[in-house]
Write a protein that binds this ligand. Structure first.
Ligand code: AKG
Ligand code: FE2
Length: 428
């Protein structure tokens, strides 16, 4: 494949887009004290590199496995963003479903399944995540501050766009508080977040930590659905996650993971020849070397749908609230592409950058990978593949397409409890 990168505006120093970005960059950095490179951890340095608006980041170290598949040529040649297929060392594995997967020797337990989802499945999951999932009983980030209509923000916004007379006013939640709580702006002492990783040993004490509801902001005003839709950031899946303590709140019960999503995740886990992934892994599995049975025992019960607008990022973090620290975490990319970074047990490990495109599935599993630092420093604008752009005979898809032009969706699905663990709570 030719490696000539088409000149886009942002990469062409004579274009007006480049000049504008340069001007903005110089203006924003004019009074800034020089950052000291040496003080950044390798993970932070990589985040800064890929986040940069100007000059646009160089993706030549970013592993872009779509380049290995001729059928994806239209995806990688559209727009300006592409990495390289030889940016990192990897090994190919044959999936039981017939496709290909890839593993990296540096991070045992990480499995990349490029274009695992067909275009139809990708569209189905986009529709599901917005119109079926981002509404009660599933919580979204907007619920903390607004009293959302029961149809969910997406369905109301689509109606309002189609017919402005159907737009609604969405009241701020602080208005509902009793008068004595409403006026006072709370300055409670900041509670230190107990960041103890969940495990069978810490489960009881972590379950008993108080998990009060988040305080609605006293300053938000009434909004419309079309104001709020671009502010949708996440929707909870399964067991309720409590952001204040970074722990699950098992007392609230569990919403069943939708079969449409569960099937995709189980198909991905069952397609992987796990003996090829872990037979040479020297990590400490404790007494949980359970990968031999994942085909039957893997059962997702929690997670999050992340909605990223093109300027959003997700900082380096470890997902360690799940009692089971080895079971596969299935991460599905939809819409615009992104740079995903994954490193090691601290931010001091230099992360591997991977370009994730619509339809790619990443699996994080095993003790090393499941608790490795990872993040998303960059959503790559103008990378929506043509199969996510509607045709004239599918007018129902149009609102999704409009939304996706500035969006990446990530469906991130986990298993909280190891097989046979009794959480001692009702899941109904
Ligand atoms: O968006 C992604 O690819 C990763 C999301 C993630 O790491 C998370 O939700 O914990
Ligand atoms: Fe994560």
């Amino acid at each position: 494949m030719s490696s000539v990168i088409p000149k886009s505006d942002l990469h062409d120093p004579t274009s007006s887009a480049y000049k504008k970005a340069r001007k903005l960059f110089l203006k924003s950095t004019k009074n800034r004290i020089q950052d000291n490179d040496q003080e950044w951890t390798p993970f932070r340095a990589a985040e800064k590199r890929y986040k940069a608006r100007f000059p646009p980041p160089d993706l030549s170290n970013v592993l872009d496995l779509a380049l290995l598949n001729e059928e994806r040529a239209h995806e990688v040649t559209a727009g300006v963003w592409r990495g390289r297929a030889d940016a990192q060392e990897f090994r190919e594995i044959r999936l039981q479903s017939g496709g290909k997967g890839y593993i990296l020797s540096r991070i045992p337990g990480l499995v990349i399944l490029p274009s695992f989802l067909t275009p139809e499945k990708q569209r189905e999951l986009v529709r599901w995540s917005l119109s079926e999932h981002s509404l009660p009983p599933n919580e979204t980030n907007l619920d903390t501050h607004y009293v959302l209509p029961p149809e969910g923000i997406w369905n109301v916004a689509v109606q309002a766009k189609d017919d402005p007379s159907r737009e609604v006013e969405i009241p701020p939640r602080h208005q509902l508080l009793p008068p004595d709580q409403k006026t006072e702006v709370k300055h409670e002492p900041r509670v230190l977040i107990n960041n103890t990783p969940a495990s069978a040993d810490t489960y009881n004490s972590l379950s008993n930590i108080s998990k009060p509801p988040a305080t609605p902001s006293p300053t938000v005003a009434t909004a419309t659905s079309l104001d709020l839709l671009p502010k949708l950031r996440w929707a909870n899946i399964g067991w309720f996650y409590h952001w204040g303590t970074k722990q699950y709140d098992f007392t609230r019960g569990k919403v069943e993971v939708h079969s449409r999503l569960k099937d995709v995740c189980q198909n991905a886990v069952r397609a992987i020849p796990w003996q090829e992934v872990f037979s040479e892994d020297a990590s400490d599995w404790g007494n949980e070397d359970d990968w031999r049975t994942w085909g039957e025992s893997y059962e997702p019960d929690a997670g999050i749908v992340n909605f990223y607008q093109t300027k959003d990022t997700l900082m380096a973090h470890v997902d360690r609230s799940e009692v089971c620290a080895t079971s596969p975490l299935v991460s599905i990319s939809l819409g615009n592409a992104a740079v995903f970074l994954i490193g090691g047990p601290t931010r001091d490990t230099d992360p591997i950058p991977i370009l994730l495109r619509s339809g790619d599935v990443v699996i994080m599993s095993g003790p090393r990978c499941r608790r490795a630092y990872h993040g998303v420093p960059r959503i790559l604008e103008n990378t929506l593949p043509r199969h996510m752009v509607g045709s004239i005979d599918d007018t129902e898809w149009k609102p999704y397409e409009d939304y996706l032009h500035s969006t990446r969706i990530n469906v991130n699905v986990r298993q909280v409890f190891p097989k046979g663990f009794n959480p001692g709570v009702s899941d109904q």
